[in-house]
Design a protein around this ligand. Sequence first.
Ligand code: NAD
Ligand code: IPM
Ligand code: MN
Length: 349
Amino acid sequence: MSIDLAVIPGDGIGPEVIAEALKVLRAVTGPAGVELELTEYALGAQHWLETGETLSDETLVKLRRHDAILFGAVGAAPGDTRIPSGLIERELLLKIRFALDHFVNLRPAKIYPGVPSPLAAPGKVDFVVVREGTEGPYVGNGGVLRKGTDQEVANELSVNTAFGVQRVVRDAFRRAALTDRKKLTYVHKHNVLVHSGHLWKRTVEAVAADFPEVAVDYLHVDAATIFFVTDPGRFDVIVTDNLFGDILTDLAAAVTGGIGLAASGNLNMDRTAPSMFEPVHGSAPDIAGQQKADPTAAILSAALLLDHLELPELAAKINAAVTADVAERGQLGVRPTSAIGDAIAARLG
Ligand code: NAD
Ligand code: IPM
Ligand code: MN
């Protein structure tokens, strides 16, 4: 068997962490007789500066042909005035998520044995956030009136469709039904966001009828941030909208040992297009080019990729190698990027 993989290393620490993820992917697929065919796409800030392309329709057509996409990170350094703020993020990263219908943004959060959390006594923490990936305020459906005047009005419209909410909520229920605890927490803000919040509420209530074995809990997003810090062990599966999910998963990463460990999958669960796997973190311009980035998040994202491609035994091997490596490392961020990749790859060889 072979995997036809598109690789988009991107900007900043993106190429540094992707090099290690590929090292580990090679180490795990080689002995299993799985062939890795890699096609690298040099997209990102530098490519835009050189060519003016963020992501052309032709490149998008090519991306669609692969089995999966491995993505590093994008984003220009702050203060780089040549690149409009957020341009690459919106026109490359979000464009791929929308075009390839990545409606489930899966973001696991787990405290690995031996990894210090900033919380004094976090207990056992192992949950997954199912973040909606194609709607919400991310669609860019806003507008500005009287721009630049002191009467300026800036509107940001959050789009929530019955179709979009239902498919992600149903996915989260399916995942919750497969866990030991069978618990789903949906997070929104329906005390204030009465239109979208109530669509989410009605949808969760309706889908719940098909999953009587799943216990359902609701938290307003502000209260959810309290429990992420005071009692993260209470969570099993969380489902929430695109923006709340973005914010909560950086918080989840912080409480489970750091953003350098947080992996994600942008999943097209209907399999009408390739899914994309990437660390939760960004291009980290503050540490780029110094071999200071922890590549573990990218490596764990590669494990999610193998899982999605129905190679769970290979994914489990990466997870076991990472578990052993972080337990030995203890304090994170003490070894250079490539040394971490080498150590994890060595455990697979
Ligand atoms: P960031 O995640 O890049 O960095 C936040 C902090 O975490 C920084 O101090 C950084 O050094 C640290 N950090 C990040 N990844 C790390 C790793 N692997 N190991 C160790 N430390 C790590 O977030 P930001 O500073 O808000 O954003 C920087 C740029 O990245 C912006 O342009 C932003 O839009 C973009 N961004 C892109 C993605 C993506 O491509 N998926 C995600 C988030 C942010
Ligand atoms: C993430 C990032 C992106 C998001 C940005 C860069 C568009 O923060 O993947 O978490 O908000 O989804
Ligand atoms: Mn984010």
